[in-house]
Design a protein around this ligand. Structure first.
Ligand code: SDX
Length: 432
């Protein structure tokens, strides 16, 4: 087939140029603008990357109009239904679902990396007890590179693999320690006989004083939530990880950068913001007044957990989490949970409102996840940390993919300069 081209013409006398059009296995074509500056002396302008593919990737595919999400080609619904989180982690990292032996080996390796260096434990006491968990997580994960510098040669495939194992294995330990630190309870060492998810719940909720028995329904809910958060192509935090990594920074530093980006309320921090919002609305009778404030663009009022850059349809993860919400609340005898009812009422009213319909604003992954976390006994300030725990898998897979991409270059965007042009220095005494 002939190479597809896009012709760019100019009104300023610059000769037209042909740009190659790249075709993926599925999804929109991509115009290759790499030669544009060299041939025309012009850049493209695209704040927020509204129309820019920043890389080539084979990991996650989203069709935002249809509400489709696939990891390595597998529909998210099937993975959430049938897989363990580590099975999905293997898939995301390696491109194929593991056979029984591969999975056993993977689980065994991850399980044997769950402890953290004893000296790292002392880092926690440097934080205030009321520090936000994401601040602690960011600091402690960044500090990992000071402890595991035997695996930070990014050009060595084995080093990259060991760093991946370390991060996936230690994130639950570090996240649970972050929680324990805020409550003043003793840190719990990992128990390798437990599954990845049960071990995390044990380190969060167990104490040295009594036996901790994970509830299978709640474990399964947590497993599903981790699967649903594991990767989401080139979102803000993943792009941050890639950009940090493009300079050759070590993987622990890159993941810490991803955590920082995820923390924002427009991104992963939205799960915490949704719960705060539901608390403020408090009662279904207050929903119309809140919706009016959103529509009036009054004081930045937004329906948190709604809207998405890519999904112009229901986020498939939100549907699955809503289902999980039902299951968890049923199991805990909380069928009449006030927040869940309020969230359902809010969703219904928003989806029937012309403001949301016109802008194609639907619930996203963060809308219902907080209600599940809350029912599991997780405090609101920990919500985004759990998102980070799950997303670590995607961040590492994307980072590894970037390192081995022959097209990879240091990320270095250009700008449309709008500041002062050259002027002469004036000493302070003579300035007006
Ligand atoms: C995540 O990218 C990913 O993949 C992220 C993620 C992942 O897994 O990594 O899916 C996780 O980050 C989910 C999103 C969590 N954030 C929120 O729930 C916060 C609320 N949502 C918005 O801030 C917003 O929808 C974004 C940030 C998610 C998307 O922003 P865009 O694509 O830049 O869209 P926009 O802000 O330009 O909005 C377009 C219009 C605007 O109205 P107009 O100026 O055209 O009149 O829609 C309005 C916005 O004001 N709008 C909302 C709204 N979201 C968008 N109005 C009210 N409430 C909202 N939630």
């Amino acid at each position: 087939m002939a190479e597809k081209l896009a012709t760019l013409t100019f009104t300023d006398g610059t000769p037209p140029i042909d740009l190659p059009v790249m075709t993926g296995t599925v999804g929109p074509d991509v115009i290759d603008v790499r030669a544009l500056y060299g041939k025309t002396g012009k850049f493209t302008y695209d704040p927020g990357f509204m129309s820019t593919a920043s890389c080539r990737s084979s990991i996650t595919y989203i069709d935002g109009d249809k509400g489709i999400l696939q990891y390595r080609g597998y529909p998210i619904e099937q993975l959430a239904e049938h897989c363990s989180f580590l099975e999905v982690a293997y898939l995301i990292l390696n491109g194929e679902l593991p056979d029984k032996q591969q999975l056993d080996e993977f689980v065994n390796i991850v399980t044997r990396h769950t402890m953290v260096h004893e000296q790292l434990i002392r880092f926690y006491s440097g934080f205030r007890r009321d520090a936000h968990p994401m601040a602690v997580l960011c600091g402690v994960v960044g500090a990992l590179s000071a402890f595991y510098h035997d695996s930070i040669n990014i050009h060595d495939a084995r080093n990259r693999e060991i760093s991946a194992f370390r991060l996936i294995a230690k994130l639950p330990t570090i996240t649970a320690m972050t929680y324990k630190y805020t409550t003043g309870q003793p840190f719990m060492y990992p128990r390798n006989a437990l599954s990845y998810v049960d071990n995390f719940l044990y380190m969060m909720f167990g104490t040295p004083c009594e036996e901790y028995r994970p509830n299978p329904v709640l474990s399964r809910a947590m497993e599903r939530i981790l699967i649903l958060h594991a990767d989401h192509e080139q979102n803000a935090s993943t792009s941050t990880v890639r950009l940090a990594g493009s300079s050759g920074a070590n993987p622990f530093a890159c993941i810490a950068a991803g955590i920082a980006s995820l923390w924002g309320p427009a991104h992963g921090g939205a799960n915490e913001a949704v719960l705060k919002l539901l608390g403020e609305i408090d009662d279904a009778k207050n929903i119309p007044a809140f919706i009016k404030r959103v529509k009036d663009k009054d004081g930045h009022a937004m329906l948190m957990g709604f809207g998405h850059r890519v999904y112009k349809n229901y986020d498939p993860r939100a549907k699955l989490i809503q289902k999980t919400c039902h299951e968890v609340l049923e199991e805990l005898g909380l069928k009449d949970d006030k927040l869940f009812k309020l969230a359902l009422a809010l969703e219904k009213i928003a989806l029937e409102d012309e403001y949301f319909i016109k802008r194609k604003l639907y619930p996203n992954v963060d809308f219902y996840s907080g209600i599940v976390y809350k029912a599991l006994g997780i405090p609101v300030s920990m919500f985004t940390a759990i998102f980070a725990l799950a997303r670590t898998v995607g961040w590492i897979a994307q980072w590894k993919e970037m390192i081995t991409d022959p097209d990879q270059k240091i990320g270095r965007p250009r700008q449309l300069f709008a500041g002062a042009t050259r002027r002469e220095f004036v000493p302070a005494a003579k300035r007006k």
